[in-house]
Design a protein. Structure first.
Length: 222
């Protein structure tokens, strides 16, 4: 029995370490806001196709995880000689959609996340007060053959610069940007509900600070 308990403990510790390493690997580099990138006058402009673009999200707590999507409201990118020089997009925070639940459970979680529940407006994103979040490109670099997109992400009027890996496919008529999954610490944007790093005494009644995101964006020549 003792050997069995010890084996179970070792396995649990190993899995915890593996998950922790994975989260660290996917963590977006976060820093203070930086100057936005600017495009040359001759750069071509591309408009974000909001019907073909989305952001996937995942949040978790001890009892499980939830997944969903958020729509984009608008956006533009400027490119010159197949190189993106600048860009930005606006995120519609009133479009938060939960994809792993149905019926009242789905509606209740969406309402809580968007802050449309009386008395809980500020728990998460308070989309009535802050209906939009924005991302503005500061630079695109390459590390060991992997393109890295950096930009100022503004949520609830708090701005931080984040860097995450992307694939960019560009033609004369369109730009497609697809990120790998990456995580951000929501408390950097004052989204503090249920955070163990902000509040004491939560026990297992906490929500992970990390939100996993995946950006899927398509823009066409304006």
């Amino acid at each position: 029995m003792r050997k069995s308990i010890l084996s179970t403990f070792v396995i649990a510790a190993f899995l915890t370490a593996v998950v922790g390493c994975k989260n660290d690997k996917n963590k977006a580099e976060t820093s203070e806001a930086k100057d936005a990138a600017t495009a040359q006058a001759e750069a071509m402009e591309f408009s974000v196709d909001t019907s073909a673009s989305t952001i996937e999200w995942k949040g978790s707590k001890p009892t499980g995880e939830h997944t969903g999507t958020i729509k984009l409201a608008e956006g533009t990118f400027s490119a010159n000689d197949s190189i993106i020089e600048s860009g930005n997009f606006v995120i519609n925070m009133q479009s938060i959609n939960v994809t792993d639940l149905e019926g009242d459970d789905k509606k209740d979680l969406e309402a809580h996340l968007m802050g449309t529940v009386e008395g809980k407006e500020g728990d998460f994103f308070n989309a009535t007060k802050y209906p939009e979040a924005t991302f503005e490109v500061t630079e695109i670099t390459e590390e060991n053959g992997q393109k890295m997109l950096s930009g100022n992400l503004t949520i609830k009027e708090e701005t931080k610069n984040v860097t995450f890996p992307v694939s960019i496919n560009q033609s004369d008529d369109s730009i497609e940007i697809t990120s790998e999954e990456f995580t951000i610490d929501r408390t950097n944007w004052n989204v503090n509900f249920g955070s163990k790093s902000v509040f004491d005494g939560l026990g297992d009644n906490f929500v992970s600070d990390d939100i996993t995101l995946k950006v899927n964006l398509k823009a066409t020549k304006a």
